[in-house]
Design a protein around this ligand. Structure first.
Ligand code: AMP
Length: 278
């Protein structure tokens, strides 16, 4: 398995993959890999002959007061996991390789990027769209794999891939959770053992809210109760907890299928997100 951090070296490596006629799957990540990321690798291996995994903590998707500097970076451990999982190539560019001096382009996907995390993190999805578009052009995969864990991100990328005619298939992979139900996230590493124990209140209350909404209870009331219960259980605040159409991400005033319950909340130093089919 090669670890490549220069674009010219990536290009020549990928030429030989293409010459061999192999299909190539891309798994974009920010590193600090866990079993959630590895589920994307498993899906990629099932769908493509060769798998490239990118590791890049993308400064353009972090707001000014967010955790760019604190974000965990552990390339060696990540490389070991990737080697064991049969990844063929790690693409780990430096920030200046990705955004050289003079870089001036932006990408903005309207509609699905508005509200939810787009409301709380202005510019976040512009940064995501930009880096993913660059990764698509750099790697030119036949398939690209993204987690449903970042449900709005997946919707933004699907939209962008259609709108900009990227010749590839975007594949969504279900969320991998810890035994107690908390979605795996690199940011769970920020939590103390006490905070980690309390964090399960997020998925627990989401599940409860889904049951109530499916039983016909008033959506606004159920979501308010869930938000209050999450804070009562030890979260500092809830950025949002909303029922959306699972495909368009439009707000739902009354329950209908297919729906998705999507939430973000702060506990200790971490902002956790989650979503579930509802
Ligand atoms: P990140 O490194 O957090 O940017 O995540 C890289 C990719 O892994 C994204 O497509 C995420 O949606 C996906 N991912 C992160 N956590 C999980 C999880 N628990 N289950 C499935 N996919 C995940």
């Amino acid at each position: 398995m090669q670890i490549i951090n220069r674009l010219d070296l990536l290009k020549s490596e990928l030429e030989s993959v293409r010459d061999s006629g192999a299909s190539l799957g891309l798994v974009p990540t920010m590193g600090a890999l866990h079993a959630g990321h590895m589920a994307l690798v498993t899906a990629a291996k099932a769908r493509s002959d060769k798998v490239a995994l990118s590791i890049f903590v993308n400064p353009k998707q972090f707001g000014e007061n967010e955790d760019l500097d604190a974000y965990p970076r552990q390339l060696q451990a990540d490389a070991d996991l990737c080697r064991d999982a049969g990844v063929d190539l790690i693409w780990a560019p430096t920030p200046t390789e990705m955004y050289p001096a003079g870089f001036s382009t932006s990408i903005s996907v309207s509609g699905v990027s508005e509200g939810l995390c787009g409301g709380n993190r202005p510019g976040h999805f512009d940064g995501v769209a930009l880096v993913v578009a660059k990764l698509f052009n750099q790697v030119q995969p036949s398939h690209a794999f993204f987690g449903e864990k970042d449900y709005q991100q997946l919707a933004v990328i699907r939209r962008m891939a259609i709108d900009l005619d990227f010749p590839l298939e975007v594949v969504g992979v279900p969320t991998v959770r810890d035994e107690d139900g908390l979605a795996l996230s690199s940011r769970n590493a920020y939590l103390s053992p006490e905070e980690r124990a309390k964090a399960v209140a997020l998925p627990d209350n989401m599940k409860l809210a889904i049951k109530k909404m499916q039983a016909g209870e008033n959506i606004a009331l159920v979501l308010k109760e869930a938000s209050d219960a999450i804070v009562k259980a030890g979260f500092k605040s809830v950025d949002y907890i909303e029922l959306r159409n699972a495909q368009t991400l439009e707000k739902m005033e009354k329950y209908d299928s297919p729906a998705r319950l999507i939430a973000a909340a702060h506990i200790g130093p971490a902002r956790l997100i989650d979503n579930m089919a509802a």
